[in-house]
Ligand binder design. Structure first.
Ligand code: AKG
Ligand code: FE2
Length: 395
């Protein structure tokens, strides 16, 4: 009995790491199936998935981002021990995922095909059940059609939509890697968790945030790349690059391609203990990529509510927009992303009746990626760091 279960384990490892089917996939697809790249590498597939190969295939170059630069994070042991703990935690979590998938897949094959176990290829079966769809635009708000009609009839300038829903932004492997990262950070760095009220007196709701920024790019580079990609798909579709910021001072670099923008902050958001999230803007960021980790069926209410809220010189136009466009009220699909102009619209989460609502919100800005430990820097903090090499000491 022991030898047979040992055989099965060996067979599993073979199937997972040395599958001919996996080797037949493009490097791009392979990298999506192992979103941690080298950080959870096993000897057997290190040649299939490496940071360098995947970085090139995904156009992702974290070495440019300075994730370790000047972070004044007060590390628990004042040494690098915590890093290995985090890496181990991610590796174990990923191994567990693969094992679970494998045994499930295996049971299904056994049930269907009797003893055709030899023919079974784990990845082929897995991808049949969880296809790697390319991200596509599902919805624009307000729609381009309406915006250009408005431009024609009112003689005003054409303004882009403020929000784009991108379907299939993440694959299940990427979404689960985000969950693993959140769990590992919660376990090893409780200070990254913030019970976060919006508004002064708990009067504007709030959420529970586990800050992933920096750790996301380091430990789950494939997911960071895919979140950037969702931002890019929305940006290209909406022509945000052509938009002139109404308040020039806030976005000195213009509405640049998310592929070239920095991750200012990223957080896993959940709503246990909160009823809703009140209206607000994600101030001073260019775009927010909000990835849905819950299925709409998993929670009651909790719709995302947003409306056009352009600022400054465009307020007159805004009034017309507000009058002609009802607000957007949606419960997006799991693994889809709502990408919006962070401070050109007001959004909120409506009353949650029950259940579990989880999202990951990533804000992009014109500066570089913030290093880990710097949770949501202000533009002033960024320029202060450029001057003083110090995040906290202002002169
Ligand atoms: O969880 C959501 O859907 C929205 C979260 C949000 O807007 C925020 O945290 O700024
Ligand atoms: Fe927000």
């Amino acid at each position: 009995r022991e030898t047979s279960s040992q055989n099965k384990l060996e067979q599993m490892e073979q199937q997972i790491y040395k599958s001919p089917f996996l080797q037949s996939l493009s490097i791009h697809d392979r990298c999506r199936l192992f979103p941690t790249w080298t950080s959870s590498v096993a000897d057997d597939y290190s040649s299939l998935v490496s940071w360098d190969d995947c970085g090139t295939a995904r156009s992702y170059f974290p070495q440019n981002f300075g994730l370790f630069n000047g972070s004044t994070w007060d590390f628990p042991h004042q040494d690098l021990h915590w890093m290995y703990k985090l890496q181990d935690c991610m590796q174990e979590a990923q191994e567990e995922r693969l094992q679970d998938y494998y045994w499930n897949e295996f049971r299904m094959v056994e049930a269907n095909d009797g003893d055709e176990e030899d023919e079974f290829d784990f990845w082929e079966a897995f991808l049949q059940r969880h296809p790697l769809h390319p991200s596509t635009v599902g919805l624009e708000y307000p729609s381009m059609e309406i915006l250009s009609l408005q431009q024609q009839y009112e003689g005003t300038e054409l303004v882009p939509p403020v929000a784009i829903v991108v379907e299939d932004a993440l694959h299940i492997r990427e979404a689960e890697t985000l969950e693993d990262l959140k769990e590992c950070l919660q376990m090893h760095h409780s200070r990254l968790t913030e019970i976060r009220p919006f508004g002064q007196n708990y009067d504007n709701g709030g959420n529970n945030c586990v800050f992933l920024g920096g750790f996301l790019q380091w430990l789950a580079p494939g997911v960071a790349a895919q979140i950037r990609q969702a931002g890019h798909v929305a940006w290209a579709h909406a022509h945000w690059g052509e938009f002139v910021p109404p308040r020039q001072k806030m976005h000195p670099y213009g509405y640049k391609d998310p592929l070239e923008a920095g991750i200012r902050t990223s957080g896993h958001l959940s709503y246990e203990g909160w009823e809703a999230l009140g209206p607000h803007k994600d101030n001073d960021s260019l775009y927010t990529v909000l990835v849905m980790l819950s299925d709409p069926d998993e929670y009651d209410g909790g719709e995302l509510y947003m409306h056009v809220d352009r600022s400054g010189e465009q307020s007159e136009l805004q009034q017309r927009l507000d009058a002609s466009h009802p607000p957007l009220v949606i419960k997006p699909n799991k693994y889809s992303a709502v990408v919006f102009m962070a401070d050109e619209n007001t959004h909120q989460v409506l009353s949650i009746g029950g259940g579990d609502r989880q999202t990951v919100g990533t804000e992009f800005w014109g500066h570089g990626d913030a290093p880990f430990g710097i949770m949501r820097p202000s533009p002033e903090m960024w320029s202060n760091y450029q001057r003083n090499q110090d995040w906290w000491n202002f002169d």
